[in-house]
Design a protein around this ligand. Structure first.
Ligand code: ADP
Ligand code: MG
Length: 626
């Protein structure tokens, strides 16, 4: 291929702009990124070579070499990994393939400060070289291709890049950064070594640098020809727990997750049994920007005897634990089978089950801890990841019960952190069900008329306001033998919580009130399935409930917002016979208007929308004037 000038994809230009404008306060990460790419390239070669040993050519020892040239003001990161063909160089260094990153770029709102924080959450990758370089040139040859099919790629990191074919004997890739004016601090062996030590110590292949020595004759430091390793090159997870410091665990986490914060918790175990493997799993302290993205992959990496095999997230972790990061290294999976076969293998399934249980134990360890600080850590976790964990209740039947114990809610007694276990422990004498209400907001939930009687009697009601809660409830029918019961569904039945006198009075009211109820039913026959008196209400005149088995008004509204059609079923209007407004109904000249106003207000009170707001206003005004 003759020299060609090509334009970067639009998203790459955006990334380049962000990287060079937002990350200058943390410049040194470019080295972490380029070393990590070199290491990935070696992993890829090792993997492809499992089925094609010839790819190793005559250099089976994989390694990364980092060097600098003080006069030319360049730093070079070279690897003998898989390398790039010319087409791959164009595709991989000129476009962003990963959909997560692309979506992220598309969603950016240009708010610089926020962007700078967000950008740290995903690998900024190859382009981070432009933080310190005003030109990057890459020379590469893909393993297995002839020397004449090497490629040179170079760019100044603005709009375009150049590619041309070159002859290159060595396999692999060499990335040379031409440093910007003012970045000379990196032209220093000690500095480079310390950055590598900080970020890349756990890279499991040797990172070599040239030996520097004091030359007594010349009276200065000189760089020798000899290359020596500057990292430990022992994959952290293979080391014994007792030899690893908390700092090392944290650094390793940051390296694999690109998180800038320390993890919330981690677990490191050697599992023995039918299948033997090591797991090192982390829970982040904060949710990543793309937590909602269920297709995201790559949180947990599978190695077999330290050879990277895949990061197919779903094969290794259930979707609802997609925030978990870490490494699983199997001692006995076959190395030379395809990823597709591995995903189906019983051993991988066993690893997935074992790892899922580990993560749940880790969470339980925080949640059930007597120590207030640990409990607070669980509260923080729940705040960020609770919504995702709820997905598990419906998806993971094997761990259903453990997951329900990890759930936390708001209730009429505490604004957050109420577990079902807490709730059951506080249940009133004679209370048989766990009561809840779903609503669009905390304010709406707290003031819903349906919970008035529960408040009056001091019965706790869970307040569910997450969008996923309705879905969660369709998979959570009981806990500890107690049914979960919506306070907005069916006639209120407090069972033995209601005393005999109350019950008797309610029955009497229903009888004496019958003529009014019949008229209400007639007036509202197109809007309400039924009208009845209730003991549910204390301060409000009326509320809407749906029959057991019908869809709640809240869920119907959610579906409508999501553009889906909800089966249309009419609600039941319940009225409070003790309320002044309801008492005025009997014999009232404006009976019809009052009936509709009662219904409309009940709908408004639960966050619903009036179908005909103008008619409502007209009716209220007529009454105000009259
Ligand atoms: P990521 O590493 O997350 O894929 P990067 O921006 O770091 O993103 O790298 C983009 C792509 O460029 C890589 O996926 C890989 O295909 C290619 N690449 C980068 N560095 C190398 C290298 N040293 N050897 C081979 N391919 C590389
Ligand atoms: Mg990378």
């Amino acid at each position: 291929m003759d020299k060609q000038t090509l334009s970067f994809q639009a998203e790459v230009k955006q990334i380049l702009h962000l990287v060079t404008h937002s990350l200058y306060s943390n410049k040194e990460i470019f080295l972490r990124e380029l070393v990590s790419n070199a290491s990935d390239a070696c992993d890829k070669l090792r993997f492809e070579a499992l089925n094609n040993a010839a790819l190793f050519e005559d250099a089976p020892n994989l390694e990364v070499r980092v060097s600098f040239d003080a006069e030319a003001k360049t730093i070079t990161i070279a690897d003998n990994g898989i390398g790039l063909s010319a087409d791959e160089a164009v595709a991989n260094l000129g476009t962003i393939a990963k959909s997560g990153t692309r979506e992220f770029m598309a969603a950016l709102d240009g708010d610089k400060k926020k962007d700078a924080q967000l950008i740290g959450q995903f690998g900024v990758g190859f382009y981070s070289g432009f933080i310190v370089a005003d030109r990057i040139s890459v020379e590469s040859r893909r393993a297995g291709l002839p020397a004449e099919q090497g490629v040179r790629w170079s760019s100044e990191g603005s709009g375009d890049f150049e590619v041309e074919t070159i002859t290159r004997a060595q396999r692999g890739t060499s990335v040379t950064l031409h440093l910007r004016e003012g970045e000379e601090e990196f032209l220093n062996g000690w500095k480079l070594k310390s950055v590598i030590g900080k970020y890349s110590d756990h890279i499991s292949l040797p990172i070599l640098m040239q030996k520097e020595e004091w030359d007594a004759e010349a009276q200065k430091q000189v760089v020798r020809e000899e290359w020596v390793p500057v990292n430990k090159a022992a994959a952290l997870w293979t080391r014994s727990k007792s030899d690893i410091t908390a700092d090392e665990y944290t650094e390793f986490y940051k390296q694999i997750s690109y998180d800038t914060e320390a993890p919330l918790a981690y677990t490191h175990n050697r599992v023995e049994g039918r299948s033997e493997y090591t797991q090192l799993l982390y829970i982040p302290a904060k949710a990543p920007f793309d937590l909602w993205n269920r297709d995201k992959r790559g949180g947990v990496k599978l190695y077999v005897k330290r050879v990277f095999i895949m990061d197919d997230a779903e094969a290794l972790m259930p979707v609802y634990l997609r925030f978990v990061k870490g490494v699983i290294d199997s001692a006995d999976l076959p190395l030379n089978v395809s990823r597709e076969l591995l995903q189906e293998s019983r051993d991988v399934k066993a690893i997935r089950e074992g790892s899922t249980k580990r993560v749940l134990s880790m969470l339980e360890g925080l949640a059930d801890n007597e120590d207030a600080a640990e409990k607070a850590r669980y509260a923080a976790f729940w705040n960020d990841f609770g919504v995702v964990l709820k997905e598990g209740v419906g998806e993971d039947h094997a761990n259903h019960e453990r997951l329900t114990k990890l759930l936390r809610f708001a209730s009429t007694q505490a604004d957050e952190g109420v577990s079902l276990t807490d709730y059951v422990a506080r249940m009133k004498e004679g209370q048989e069900a766990i009561y809840y209400i779903t609503a669009d907001s905390m304010a709406a939930a707290k003031s819903s008329p349906q919970i008035e009687i529960f408040r009056k009697k001091g019965i706790e009601v869970l307040l569910l306001i997450d969008r996923v809660d309705e879905w969660l409830l369709s998979h959570l029918h009981e806990f500890d033998g107690k049914a979960l019961q919506s306070v907005a569904k069916g006639a209120v039945d407090l069972g033995s919580l209601q005393d005999e006198a109350e019950k008797k009075q309610a029955e009497e009211t229903a009888t004496t009130f019958k003529p009014v109820l019949d008229r209400l039913k007639e007036a509202l026959k197109d809007r309400a399935k039924d009208v009845r008196v209730t003991t549910r209400l204390v301060d409000s005149p009326a509320c809407l409930v749906v029959e057991e088995g019908d869809m709640s008004g809240h869920l119907a509204r959610l579906l409508k917002q999501a553009g889906q059609s909800a089966p249309k079923s009419l609600p039941t209007l319940e009225v409070n016979a003790d309320h002044a407004l309801v008492k005025r109904l009997d014999g009232n000249a404006h009976f019809e208007d009052l009936a509709h106003i009662l219904f409309d207000q009940a709908l408004l009170a639960e966050g619903g929308q009036l179908e005909d707001p103008a008619a409502y206003v007209k009716r209220v005004n007529a009454l105000l004037v009259g």
